[in-house]
Design a protein around this ligand. Sequence first.
Ligand code: GDD
Ligand code: MG
Length: 318
Amino acid sequence: MAVGILLVGGFGTRLKPLTNESPKPMLPVAGLPVTEHQILAAKKAGIHTLVLATSYLADVFTPYFGDGSKWGIKILYAVEKEPLGTGGAIRNAAELLGRDEPIVIFNGDVLSRHSIAAQIDFHIAKKADVTLHLIEVEDARAFGCVPTDDSGRVTAFLEKMENPVSRSINAGCYVFSPSVLDEIPLGAVVSIERETFPTLVQSARAVFGYKEQAYWLDVGTPAALFKGSRDLVAGDFVLMPGAVVAPTARITGGSAIGADTVVEAGAVIIDCIIGNNVRVGEGAQLSHCFVAHGTHVPAAAIKESIYLSATAELPISL
Ligand code: GDD
Ligand code: MG
């Protein structure tokens, strides 16, 4: 058994304007918030308690996830008044957890189908202090570059470098042995990537890489969020419960239609993320659009690559 921490406090700057009114982890992907996909994966791996480490737009999470009983998992909340960075957030959130089980930490913007349970088993078998999930990418520059030796031991942690020394990157899911938490000061702004990991590696602590090349995506940009949603939809479209689509409407391109949304006659929706309680008026044509929860799209509107909410209409670059 294990406990977990979800890092959901970043500003989501690269996802603007989608994150103007919603924190990045609450943006819908194939009809469900990114965080909900992660909670389902954590539950499947036997994690029984999860702390959401929140900061930016913190109050959005509690009404949705409550105490977690709907998902069969205990959910707690740690709120940072000012963002503490990834390391500071982990230490702050860990104050709500016991110190007798491994702690699994998740970046809150990653969709991954790797086996978290296998990663925990690997961590225990190696008697590791920290075990990082690693994947290989073509271009490692935007990530934490993590070379390992033949035994799987991490030999360096190099966050976002211009000339990466390896294609193996930090995939944003870590298993910590509880004692490692003492390496992070409480109440301070700390980057786990730029401070804690390099220090642990330099001081020869047992930091291991768990390599599993499963489906993986950081949904940190609008293009990536749309790709993640299309990948999960895996067909023309998905309709969430209570959604109603007129028979003459056409939905395609891996679109996601949120719960209780109404799509009226003749509307055309191509590669869109449509939130909950939206009304798409008669004959509207939307392609590559993100429509926030509760928005009314007027009849006959024609929009392409646009973010639509009840109060805003802004271009998105995809
Ligand atoms: N609570 C809290 N407080 N969460 C934070 C804070 C904070 O101050 N700062 C960032 N986060 C959360 C973000 O919301 C996100 O879920 C996660 O920490 C990682 O931050 P990003 O801003 O998404 O980082 P990144 O994508 O540039 O890089 C990270 O992820 C890569 C994999 O996707 C790093 O961990 C890289 O090493 C890694 O390769
Ligand atoms: Mg990210």
